[in-house]
Design a protein. Structure first.
Length: 338
């Protein structure tokens, strides 16, 4: 327990109390000297490997036998970053390098008095994991399965760390998913842009109406001006449904191939030029994209990534759709010639 100061360390006289400004402090009358009680600095480190955080089981009180971040008091003459890395190595065997500041917090200990906790993020640059100094055991824990942590400063620092990493990890996960699968439609709910897809599906009528107005007046699709608008509207809603179902993982490439080959053949039989059919499909992509952009403001990196991811997935879908539709159109032409 932190003990109260009684005697002057210079003259051994008994200390009294005296106001300095608004604060009552220990004071030596003979030396005319105030004595200050400042919080002790405690440095702790968050080091994460494969999204698992390194913790130590305490060998000594306070909180003997409980888990916490690698931490300890800073020594005179060393920087707070050096103290954090020294404690990390002493308790875990890991040599680290500070890569960022996480959090500062104040606390009171019945054992040490007022404390100032400063937590840093570090990465391992050497050493070997082994319990040492004040640790019984060292172990990496999943963030979803953390043991009870006795220090509120540790809890706050971990929460701050996770908030800072949340968007970054979401982007990385979505990016890895798209690179690791040949058919990106097979993992519904895992892409950042999936919520935009669901929004598009819910507003298919709005998008189809915008498309209809455009396709009936666009110079690249003159035949659509004289075609039944209700039928065009219904067909475009079907295309939007196909788009959502494929990106949502409910349709496979074979479904897209079958649907758009049939669509191309039907448009050829109805007398549409191939250039018009391709242009009409391109206008669908345009209005999907415009609707998606109208829903949010790009204020964060994760927003920008979400839209870029959607645009890339749209490109894959509509490239496939255009190819199969052209093949169906050509097949319809061959059938008519023969």
């Amino acid at each position: 327990m932190s003990k109260k100061r009684t005697y002057c360390p210079y003259c051994s006289g008994i200390l009294t109390s005296k106001s300095e400004g608004d604060t009552i402090r220990d004071f030596c009358v003979q030396c005319n000297q105030f004595f200050y009680d400042n919080p002790l600095p405690v440095a702790s480190t968050i080091i994460v490997k494969e999204r698992r955080i390194l913790l130590v089981k305490r060998k000594n009180d306070p909180h003997k036998g409980l888990w916490c971040l690698p931490m300890g008091f800073a020594e005179s003459g060393e920087s707070i970053e050096a103290a954090a890395l020294r404690e990390l190595e002493e308790e875990t065997g890991v040599k680290g390098k500070v890569i960022g500041f996480i959090n500062a917090d104040s606390g009171v200990s019945s054992f040490y008095g007022d404390l100032l906790f400063l937590t840093f993020e570090a990465e391992q640059v050497g050493g070997r994991l082994s319990a040492g100094d004040d640790a019984i055991e060292v172990k990496y824990f999943s963030f979803d399965d953390l043991p009870k942590l006795p220090f509120s400063s540790n809890i706050k620092s971990i929460e701050t760390y996770l908030r800072n990493k949340q968007e970054y990890w979401a982007i990385i996960d979505s990016f890895k998913l798209s690179l690791g699968k040949t058919d990106i439609s097979s993992s519904t709910g895992d892409f950042l842009s999936d919520k935009l897809i669901r929004l598009i599906e819910k507003n298919a009528e709005i998008i189809a109406n915008h498309w209809l107005e455009d396709v009936r007046t666009n110079k690249s699709t003159p035949a659509y001006k004289n075609f039944d608008p209700q039928k065009s509207f219904h067909r475009n809603k079907q295309i939007l449904a196909q788009f959502g179902k494929w990106l949502g993982g409910h349709h496979k490439d074979t479904d897209i191939k079958k649907y758009y080959r049939k669509l191309g053949k039907e448009r050829q039989n109805e007398g549409f030029a191939l250039s018009e059919v391709i242009s009409a499909l391109s206008l669908t992509r345009k209005h999907i994209w415009q609707f998606a952009l109208s829903q949010r403001v790009w204020t964060k990196a994760i927003d920008i990534y979400m839209y870029l991811e959607l645009e890339r997935r749209m490109m894959i879908f509509f490239d496939k759709a255009t190819f199969y539709m052209a093949k169906g159109y050509e097949k319809g032409q061959s059938a008519n010639i023969n």
